[in-house]
Design a protein around this ligand. Structure first.
Ligand code: NDP
Length: 462
């Protein structure tokens, strides 16, 4: 083997990159990692983690209201946005330090620098003005919010990155998009008392989820007071003399808000890092093209996480990192398994889901049994909150295999994590039926729905 400075050089200190660097270093490999912004990447710094903290913050007003049914008198509550932002910053800084420390603690070297590929075995560290060499290079530079240059006035808009650190909470916000980020932030801002409008181009929010959940969440969000405008896009955004923003929507309606947030997807970070010069193949969206082992077209260059535009989720990037380690350093080629990924949308109420939606299942299987329960969670009996929980199992009538499990309601994300195991294992509805319930819980409904609510045979509901 040629004499390289490192066995592995990782570009990007997010969840995927840090995991790969830390584990490779713990195997005794000579590892370096470089991050140009902050260790922890999108998930820790301006994604999942701060988002979840803000979700908790946004839930308190409902808790205060619900407490009355349980005998509590809660004095009038007030909210201070700068306190939330400052406390979030402290927690993020703590996690950031841990991420870096973990790599260094395992024996790796961590740089703060932008990195450019020079050739398949060398990278240039911009902040250090020097080039180092590595046997293998792993690109884990993640992604960023998709811009919207076609929108006149897009320069007045913010993305999720900025939403976390606004100087002050807007009185009114419009959010464009109908995916994870748009829906989660609509619930956060509304919960914090902001007049919130969600503008979505399609027929129903959250296009990749089961229609039952999408409709029920939409209804519940509207009942809470979030305005949702489907079949709608913004035509232009203009600053008005009062310093607020006017937005013209495709239906002719004008909104006046303090912030417009765009959440129309995320794009991979592959620009200006020398990929083209080295000949790394990029796909149509600019994402790095990789095989099932996360290897690029260049033998010793690999890529994982959002920069490859496969499934943009933190746990997926981490899984890809672990498969990379097995393949590259443990002589155990391990293809990435993207099948049956549990996921959650941290809306209010939450969505937790794994496997096929009813519509997808019906396309693939001639005989589908749907088990569906809609009920008021026990917690809301005394609180009086008029909110239903929805649970749904999608079962293949022939094999009895549970193909999909979909939940809307409190702690749905936690349940989706656990449901991921039986679905991944390919268990059947009979296995669910044989499982004893935990009483009283909401989740017990998942093992007590004995009769199908309806069947879908060759696309026809019977
Ligand atoms: P999504 O892909 O989830 O949603 C993008 C939304 O923007 C869709 O509703 C899409 O509409 C709409 N859209 C796309 N282009 C336009 C356009 N030109 N004009 C108007 N609307 C448009 O992306 P997000 O930005 O919400 O999130 C990015 C990724 O981050 C997600 O895919 C997810 O993997 C990850 N994420 C995960 C979270 C979690 O696990 N809880 C939380 C946040 C993010 P259409 O449906 O019609 O395509």
């Amino acid at each position: 083997m040629a004499d390289y400075d490192y066995d592995l050089f990782v570009i990007g200190g997010g969840s995927g990159g840090v995991r790969a660097a830390r584990v490779a270093a713990s195997l005794g490999k000579r590892v370096a990692i470089a991050e140009e912004y902050r260790y922890g990447g999108t998930c820790v710094i301006r994604g999942c983690v701060p988002k979840k903290l803000y979700v908790y913050a946004a839930q308190f007003p409902e808790h205060f209201t619900d407490a009355a049914g349980y005998g509590w008198t809660v004095p009038e509550a007030s909210f201070d946005w700068p306190t939330l932002v400052a406390n979030k910053d402290k927690e993020i800084a703590r996690l950031e330090a841990i991420y870096k420390k973990n790599v260094v603690g395992a024996g790796g070297e961590a740089f703060h620098s932008r990195v450019m590929l020079v050739d398949p075995h060398s990278v240039y560290l911009v902040a250090e003005d020097r080039t180092v060499s590595a046997d293998r290079i792993l690109i884990a530079t993640g992604g960023r919010p998709a811009p919207h240059p076609a929108l006149s006035g897009h320069e007045y808009c913010i993305f999720s990155n900025e939403a976390f650190d606004l100087k002050q909470l807007p009185k009114a916000i419009m959010i464009e998009g109908g995916g994870y980020i748009a829906v989660e932030f609509a619930n956060i801002f509304h919960g914090l008392g902001v007049d919130t409008t969600l503008v979505y181009r399609g027929q129903e929010i959250l296009s990749r989820f089961d229609m039952d959940l999408r409709r029920s969440l939409h209804e519940t969000m509207e009942k809470k007071g979030i305005r949702i405008l489907c079949h709608s896009v913004s035509e232009w955004v203009r600053k008005n003399p009062q310093g607020r923003l006017d937005v013209l929507l495709s239906g002719g309606q004008t909104l006046t808000v303090d912030q417009v947030m765009l959440a129309i997807g995320r794009i991979p970070n592959t620009e200006n890092m020398g990929l083209e010069g080295v000949g790394v193949e990029l796909g149509k969206t600019g994402a790095i093209v990789v095989d099932e082992y996360s290897r690029t077209n260049i033998e010793n260059i690999w890529a994982i996480g959002d920069v490859t535009h496969r499934v943009q989720l933190t746990p997926v990037a981490i899984h890809e990192a672990m498969c990379f380690i097995e393949t590259a350093f443990k002589n155990n080629p391990t293809a990435v398994d993207h099948d049956t990924i549990p996921t959650a949308v941290f809306s209010q109420p939450e969505i937790g889901t794994v496997g096929l939606s009813e519509d997808e299942a019906v396309k693939r299987f001639p005989d589908i049994d749907i088990y569906r329960a809609s009920f008021r969670p026990m917690r809301h009996t005394l609180s009086g909150r008029d909110e239903k929980m929805l649970m749904k199992l999608v079962v293949d009538g022939a094999s009895r295999k549970v193909l999909g499990a979909h939940i809307l309601g409190p702690d749905a994300g936690e349940m989706a994590q656990l449901l991921g195991i039986p679905l991944k294992a390919g268990l059947t509805k009979d296995d669910f039926d044989r499982t004893m319930a935990v009483h009283p819980t909401a989740a017990e409904e998942l093992v007590t729905m004995y009769k199908p609510t309806y069947r879908v045979k060759n696309g026809e509901r019977v």
